[in-house]
Write a protein that binds this ligand. Structure first.
Ligand SMILES: C[S@@+](CC[C@H](N)C(=O)[O-])C[C@H]1O[C@@H](n2cnc3c(N)ncnc32)[C@H](O)[C@@H]1O
Length: 225
């Protein structure tokens, strides 16, 4: 499927884009995504489903001592976002083309990320497609594993049924995460929750928004899972 994002321009991902197919076979052991950056010692935040990369373009320049990894599974959005980061020389951003749940489950090392951002994730409304949603009990266990102590998952959606799904998952995983209010990032403009492309589109349509933060409670032993 083509979204026509490049408008005839060549999109250049050099230095800013990585592809799942370039990762070592996962049988070789886990990968530390902090090593994708010039300063691996900086705090890492991951955005799942970064789309055109608008959140990263606005947030990353405000925190040049934080590394931001956008994970985007659609090749055209990945290329568009990585090219956008390159043109703006956002050296603290990398875009990985991958299914985020696969990357996190099979490749990502433990205790590496301070935040997982998930904004306007695809709701997959049909029951038979629910398995494609990003949030599941299994993925929450994996996010718990890759988060640092007191690390956070930040969730925003416009979709009431996906929101109910998030609430059920938060309740069921209350032994892993404490639910808190969502604090808007500094990069959000007046009246915005985050300021992503989909938020702007849905705001024009007058849709309601729902948001929560889940804070990692502790390192879970097998008995907690
Ligand atoms: C509805 S769009 C929202 C994009 C952006 N967050 C925004 O708010 O403008 C959802 C994006 O998540 C991506 N996506 C969905 N599931 C994903 C997954 N498992 N891993 C990586 N990207 C995913 C889709 O390709 C799409 O670009």
């Amino acid at each position: 499927m083509s979204f026509g994002l490049s408008r005839g321009k060549t999109l250049d991902t050099t230095g800013f884009g990585l592809d799942q197919s370039d990762l070592p076979p996962f049988e070789n052991g886990r990968v530390d995504p902090r090593d994708f950056f010039d300063h691996p010692e900086y705090r890492l935040e991951i955005e799942i489903g970064s789309g055109k990369g608008t959140f990263l373009v606005k947030q990353a320049p405000l925190h040049i001592d934080v590394n931001y990894l956008g994970i985007e599974k659609t090749a055209e959005f990945y290329r568009y976002a990585a090219d956008r980061m390159r043109r703006r020389s956002l050296d603290n951003v990398r875009i990985l083309r991958a299914d985020a749940n696969e990357f996190i489950q099979f490749w990502c090392a433990d205790t590496v990320a301070a935040v997982v951002h998930l904004y306007f994730s695809d709701p997959w409304p049909k029951k038979r497609h629910h398995k494609r949603r990003v949030i599941h009990d299994r993925s929450l266990q994996e996010f718990h594993r890759i988060l640092v102590p007191a690390g956070e998952i930040r969730l925003v959606t416009d979709h009431s049924e996906l929101w109910a799904w998030y609430e059920d998952h938060a309740d069921r995983n209350a032994h892993l995460f404490e639910r808190r209010n969502f604090d808007r990032p500094e990069s959000a403009d007046e009246g915005e929750i985050v300021g992503t492309n989909f938020e702007r589109k849905y705001r024009r349509e007058g849709r309601p928004f729902y948001a929560m933060t889940l804070v990692k409670l502790r390192d879970a032993g097998p008995e907690a899972l």
